[in-house]
Design a protein around this ligand. Structure first.
Ligand code: DAH
Length: 294
């Protein structure tokens, strides 16, 4: 403040201070009176308030986190990719060109305004995303949401979740894949053994489907495994050299394995939930039950 204005300014500030102090005293007296009145009525204003209800993790998130935790213990890092994806990453790079019959099994939703864009049908797109941007060794898992153009029923849904796995390095073999997946089956399901059945996926060669042994000792396991004791949980295989080449990785130097599994069925089993639709209805009465399971 310039000297000649200090006096005038000081007066204004003083007036403000005084009015604030008066206001403060008024409020204080009023509140004290209120508290006295309340305690006279037996109300304790210092008592703790109503507890805020805590949220709960969704059963799918709990299941996914468990899978992530199991693989992170053996050096797999989490990778991510877009759900609205370019055709190339979802299909073409994964050895499923436009006229390939395997595309029929994974019909999806296409973005009308953006030709070539679609909702990803599997988390395998992250394989292409990672391989085109990183150098081996690559050891990732990729959890996330995927979409299919499917009728909604108790067993299937047009949106669901998967976890993808990819391991690329020099000299990676089928035996490495088998041991990694056995470890997972033991940790996740307490399963003593796994079974690999020959299968086909465009992006792996050879390909297999993996079953875990649950046995038929309990009624639930009998029902889940349809009396066979075996529960199918994932597809896997050695990454097709063509996929490596599509993504700019030298297939003479590197090899690897990949796998992909659905989450919903595992969540249903883990929590004894009978219908897949319950996972997507967001009914808090259903979700609240898992507050303690985090
Ligand atoms: N993407 C496949 C599906 O959605 C699952 C799968 C199979 C993923 C084999 C893989 C794999 O990485 O190697 O049906």
């Amino acid at each position: 403040m310039p000297n000649e204005r200090k006096r005038e300014f000081g007066q204004v500030v003083n007036a403000l201070k005084q009015s604030a102090e008066t206001k403060f005293q008024e409020l204080k007296t009023a509140l004290e009176a209120q508290a006295e009145q309340a305690s006279a009525q037996g109300i304790d204003l210092t008592a703790p308030g109503e507890p805020l209800p805590l949220g709960a993790r969704h059963p799918i998130a709990i299941t996914m986190n468990r899978i992530i935790e199991i693989f992170s213990r053996i050096g797999f890092a989490v990778a991510d990719g877009p759900e609205i994806e370019h055709d190339w990453y979802n299909f073409t790079a994964m050895n499923t060109p436009e006229d390939h019959p395997a595309r029929d099994m994974q019909d999806t939703f296409y973005v009308v305004d953006a030709p070539g864009m679609l909702l990803r049908t599997h988390t395998s797109n992250v394989q292409a995303r990672v391989m085109t941007t990183r150098k081996p060794p690559i050891r990732i898992i990729a959890p996330g949401r995927v979409y299919r153009n499917e009728t909604i029923s108790a067993r299937s849904h047009a949106q669901f979740h998967q976890v993808e796995g990819l391991y690329i390095d020099e000299g990676v073999s089928f035996a490495d894949m088998k041991q990694t997946l056995l470890y997972f089956a033991q940790e996740m399901f307490g399963a003593p053994k796994i079974r690999l059945r020959p299968s086909f996926f465009p992006f792996t060669e050879p390909s297999a489907e993996m079953d875990v042994w649950l046995g038929t000792d309990t009624e639930e396991n009998y029902r889940l495994t349809k009396g066979t004791g075996w529960l199918e949980i994932l597809g896997c295989g050695m990454v097709d050299p063509q996929v490596l080449e599509n993504c700019g990785i030298d297939s003479r130097q590197y090899s690897g394995f990949a796998f992909g599994m659905g989450i919903e069925r595992q969540a249903l089993r883990l929590f004894g939930i009978p219908d897949i639709r319950l996972l997507f209805e967001n009914d808090v009465r259903m979700l609240r039950q898992f507050a303690a399971s985090v």
